[in-house]
Design a protein around this ligand. Structure first.
Ligand code: ARG
Length: 456
């Protein structure tokens, strides 16, 4: 079949070359953006006297008809076309005859595709932010439920100090708030219109770029036509933001997987979000969390793939840039899925307060508080730290815990110990005295929840 761009060449290409060259099987998802952009382009051309108003009206009607027919299923995208831009133009010309051929005046596929991706991705960012907000709502709700559920807090995966499950969950809320912020920033920088950059050098036609930008919801125009057609920073930036978001989900997933294990048993997942084993009858696997963790690698791969594609590309447009779409679309699809599945999993997850409390009771996680007790009675922290450490050593030797050592034993180490030490090192006290801003006390966690809620 001869191509729309036949002229210099006869436009007849090898089938293998066609398949290799074509992008329609992945860029067809931008049909709505392509058509909307073209409608505005036609209107601009008429407003500037570059085509007649009559032709512009016919083009806009024709494009609206194609959009409606695609949406209703009346019209199927012809996958033998090179890309979505060629398909829409060919279909328009089929419907309107010569008038259809006027649409591509003062435009190139180079600025057209750059426009379409920006329009498509800003919509995707809004969808992703919506899913992040739903996850945030689920996290704050869980945190509210478990704001007083005591668990061990870890450093180096060693029991460190008692915290609440609500506090632990809210740490993820803070990460997701930053993700929202980053995505918002990315959208802001993305929202400039490249249309009118044309092939690379601008155009001799008296176009109005500001008009097109404004009508398509952009905050301004790309200021250099070479940059307009060759910039894919916004794809790399979005992929970076999505990679960081996935890193957060992956860390969260890893914890869920650990917590579900028989060794921890801190949480149980709903049957609806777990799978069994085909051979081991006792198994209930956290496959959803594992897959989210696994798909993180895939999104990182999308980022590295795109950066590598862009590295060393001379200005302006090069066909290499067609490779931007599969990675960015894959990342966007993957992140949307992961967010929805993770939210469903989290909403239906229940925590085992007893198992958490039991784990917190056994790791000497009140040793800091024991040292602080002595400090409050006047001992320098380093000396108090040493005594507390010696008492932990003693407990390990005698196979007991700080809470069960008799007062006489304490007195052998320091005369400052009194009966009130037991109250001071009780887990509830350890948690609820940590009222510092951002701390683990119920009151501090409530503040964190309230803060996130005001932002949602
Ligand atoms: N399908 C192409 C892409 O995705 C559209 C731009 C093609 N421009 C060109 N001069 N070959 O990048």
């Amino acid at each position: 079949m001869s191509k729309m761009w036949a002229g210099r060449t006869d436009g007849v290409t090898e089938k293998l070359a066609d398949d290799f060259n074509s992008s329609i099987h992945f860029d067809s998802r931008m049909y709505k953006q392509d058509i909307t952009g073209s409608m505005t382009h036609a209107q601009m051309l008429a407003k500037q006297g570059i085509i007649s108003q009559e032709d512009a009206d016919a083009l806009v009607d024709g494009l609206a008809g194609i959009l409606a027919d695609l949406q209703s299923g009346m019209l199927a995208i012809d996958m033998s076309c090179e890309d979505i831009h060629m398909f829409v133009e060919a279909e328009l010309t089929k419907r309107l005859g010569d008038v259809g051929k006027r649409l591509h005046t003062a435009r190139s596929r180079n600025d057209q595709v750059a426009l379409d991706i920006r329009m498509y991705l800003r919509e995707q960012i809004d969808l992703i932010c919506g899913y992040v907000q739903e996850l945030l709502a689920a996290i704050t709700e869980k945190a509210e439920t478990y704001k007083d559920a005591i668990m061990p807090g870890y450093t180096h995966l060693q029991r460190a100090q008692p915290i609440t499950f609500g506090h632990h969950l809210m740490a993820y809320a803070m990460m997701l708030l930053r993700d929202l912020d980053r995505l918002g920033d990315c959208r802001k920088r993305m929202n400039f219109s490249p249309i009118g950059s044309c092939a690379l050098a601008g155009t001799t036609y008296p176009i109005d770029r500001e008009y097109e930008a404004e009508h398509l919801g952009f905050d301004g125009v790309c200021r250099n036509s070479l940059d307009g057609v060759s910039d894919r920073d916004f794809c790399a930036e979005l992929l970076s933001d999505l990679s960081i978001l996935m890193m957060h989900l992956s860390r969260f997933s890893e914890e869920v997987i650990l917590w579900c294990s028989w060794e921890f048993r801190f949480v149980s997942l709903s049957d609806a979000y777990t799978t069994g084993s085909s051979i081991m009858p006792q198994k209930k696997n956290a496959d959803m969390a594992e897959l989210v963790r696994g798909k993180t690698g895939r999104v990182y791969g999308d980022l590295m793939g795109l950066l590598t594609t862009l590295k060393g590309l001379p200005l302006a447009y090069n066909k290499d840039m067609q490779e931007d779409k599969e990675s960015i679309f894959d990342a966007v699809d993957t992140v949307k899925m992961c967010l929805q599945v993770f939210t469903g999993m989290l909403k239906t997850m229940t925590a085992n307060r007893d198992a958490m409390k039991r784990a917190a009771q056994k790791g000497f996680i009140n040793a800091t508080d024991l040292a602080d007790y002595l400090v409050k009675k006047g001992l320098p922290f380093r000396s108090a730290y040493k005594i507390s450490g010696q008492l932990v050593g003693l407990c390990i030797e005698k196979n007991t815990v700080l809470d069960d050592l008799p007062l006489e034993t304490y007195k052998e180490y320091s005369e400052l110990f009194e009966e009130d030490l037991y109250q001071e090192i009780a887990l509830e006290t350890c948690v609820n005295k940590r009222t510092s801003q951002g701390g683990t006390s119920v009151a501090s966690v409530e503040d964190q929840i309230a803060y996130v809620k005001t932002l949602l």
